[in-house]
Design a protein around this ligand. Structure first.
Ligand SMILES: [Ca+2]
Ligand SMILES: [Ca+2]
Ligand SMILES: [Ca+2]
Length: 510
């Protein structure tokens, strides 16, 4: 009996010691710094900074370990909290911050209490989204390569963030239902910018096709919307004047992200002026470097534009991609699976999907990323968005910035998480609560918006200075899949108006 008792007492003693040791280890593990969290276990007199949470990840609870004998409910209440319950698995209590109190205040008070051994925020966790779309994984490689799932943990896009797809138009497609904002058809002067070529629909899908809907594939920012501005015809070619007009129109309509999966070799003051107007209006312009294995074309080469080169699924430099000092970032461009029209057109397909390659395909990966960044933090400026895109990259090729990959291949997860955590909290309301002062608020009524009264050509063109006598640069779609080189008619449709000369604004720093 005595032995039993002794043994039992011995066992109890060991259990106590092991338990105490475990508690110490547990505290040590829990106190390991996570992100920028202050060392929570150490009540070191000096007041540690208030915890900073990634936007959307704020918590109203704390994990607390009391010292033996503490009256838990009273200690918590004195600090401004409410002791919810003890959790034996972690030998700690959950304290909820009372209404009217702040987490930082309760945390600080508990840390200062002699009855508290340890306290930390009760961080929130969520499942990581892996889209269930059948083409995701089986067909797509771009989103995975650029770490999009980590970005989707933060946001999948706000419907108030609009990507202007200045292209061949966008066709109706199940994967784009509810993702198409009103636009304009500059080629046919109507308010139905559908796609009679296929390129624009493919671009739109990469940027914003519905994800996680058990169908097809997943776009980058599937909660955001694309506004089609048709400036390229059924052959995939169009005019600088239309491209410039579309840029200005899209800005006026409220779009802040301009996707230009098109280009040509000639510099164009009109295009430069329109680009500058967008930049001064707070937008970003993202353009394809071009597919000639040569110098970067225009508008990509215009200062301030985010010029995008193309990579392969193995992070190689795509052989067709243009390169040069103007390249800002690289993005997936080769064999990209996305939506196309079902009907009859150059890039139509009965399945509704095609694999295409080109810097045209790389560009909407970056535009989609810009949409995710702005969705995560609506208070960011266009220069901040650009900085986030070009600083959160995977360096490829030669060390540091190089003429092929620019600053590197985009990393959506890193950029979006940085946007959510590091940006200024001012005006962060994006999806809700933002007063709607843009044309895109009327989502379902593309006809309710006033179309330009002037027919083609006579519309007061943007801002541009009279273009010099450089060859009338026609912008041709840069998808390698589309044979595009259609020599442009000199001045068809309408009058070819002389653009009024505005002062060309200074280009922003690159
Ligand atoms: Ca039309
Ligand atoms: Ca889908
Ligand atoms: Ca590099």
């Amino acid at each position: 009996m005595t032995r039993h008792f002794r043994r039992s007492g011995l066992a109890r003693g060991w259990l106590w010691r092991i338990g105490a040791l475990t508690a110490v280890i547990a505290v040590a593990l829990l106190a390991l710094p996570r992100q920028a969290t202050p060392a929570l276990g150490s009540a070191q007199g000096a007041t540690p900074p208030a915890p900073v949470f990634t936007q959307g990840w704020e918590t109203d609870r704390l994990i607390v370990q009391y010292r033996p004998g503490a009256a838990r409910a009273l200690v918590a209440a004195a600090a401004g909290g409410e002791d919810l319950r003890y959790v034996p698995e972690i030998d700690a209590s959950i304290v909820r911050v009372r209404p009217g109190e702040t987490l930082a205040g309760v945390l600080s008070a508990l840390r200062a209490s002699p009855h508290v051994a340890f306290v930390q925020p009760d961080f929130r966790r969520r499942i990581s989204i892996t889209p269930n779309d059948p083409g995701y994984g089986a067909q797509q490689w771009g989103p995975q390569k650029i770490n999009a799932p980590a970005a989707w943990d933060v946001t999948t896009g706000s419907s108030s963030v609009i990507i202007a797809v200045i292209d061949t138009g966008v066709a109706a497609h199940g994967e784009l239902n509810g993702r198409i904002a009103p636009g304009w058809d500059f080629v046919n002067s109507d308010d139905n910018p559908t796609d009679d070529q296929g390129h624009g629909t493919h671009v739109a899908g990469i940027a914003a096709a519905r994800g996680n809907n058990n169908e097809g594939m997943a776009g980058l920012a599937w909660g955001s919307r694309v506004a089609p501005y048709k400036v390229l015809d059924s052959n995939g070619s169009g005019y600088d004047s239309d491209v410039a007009a579309a840029l200005v129109r899209a800005l006026q309509d409220g779009a802040k992200i301009m996707n230009l999966s098109l280009g040509g070799p000639d510099a164009s003051p009109m295009l430069t002026s329109a680009v500058n107007q967008v930049l001064q209006g707070g937008g970003v312009v993202i353009a394809a470097a071009g597919n000639e294995s040569g110098p970067v074309g225009y508008p990509a080469a215009i200062p301030g534009v985010i010029a995008v080169s193309a990579t392969t699924s193995s992070d190689g430099f795509a052989s067709y991609s243009n390169f040069g000092p103007e390249v800002i970032v690289a993005a997936p461009g080769s064999s990209i699976y996305s939506t196309v029209p079902f009907g009859t057109c150059e890039l139509c397909d009965p399945s509704g999907y095609l694999r295409l390659s080109g810097t045209s395909m790389a560009t909407p990966h970056v535009a989609g990323l810009a949409a995710l960044i702005w969705s995560a933090n609506g208070g960011l400026s266009n220069t901040q968005v650009r900085q986030l895109i070009q600083t959160h990259v995977v360096d490829l090729g030669a060390n540091g910035r190089d003429n092929q990959f620019g600053y590197g291949r985009i990393n959506a997860g890193a950029a979006v998480q940085a946007a959510a955590g590091g940006g200024s909290p001012t005006a962060t309301a994006t999806a809700t609560g933002t007063p709607c002062n843009s044309r895109y608020c009327a989502t379902a009524s593309p006809t309710a918006t006033p179309p330009p009264t002037c027919p083609r050509g006579s519309c007061p063109p943007p801002p541009p200075p009279p273009p010099p006598p450089t060859s009338t640069a026609t912008a041709t779609a840069t998808a390698t899949a589309s044979p595009t080189t259609t020599p442009p008619p000199t001045c068809p449709r309408g009058s070819c108006p002389p653009p009024p000369p505005p002062p060309p604004p200074p280009p922003p720093p690159r």
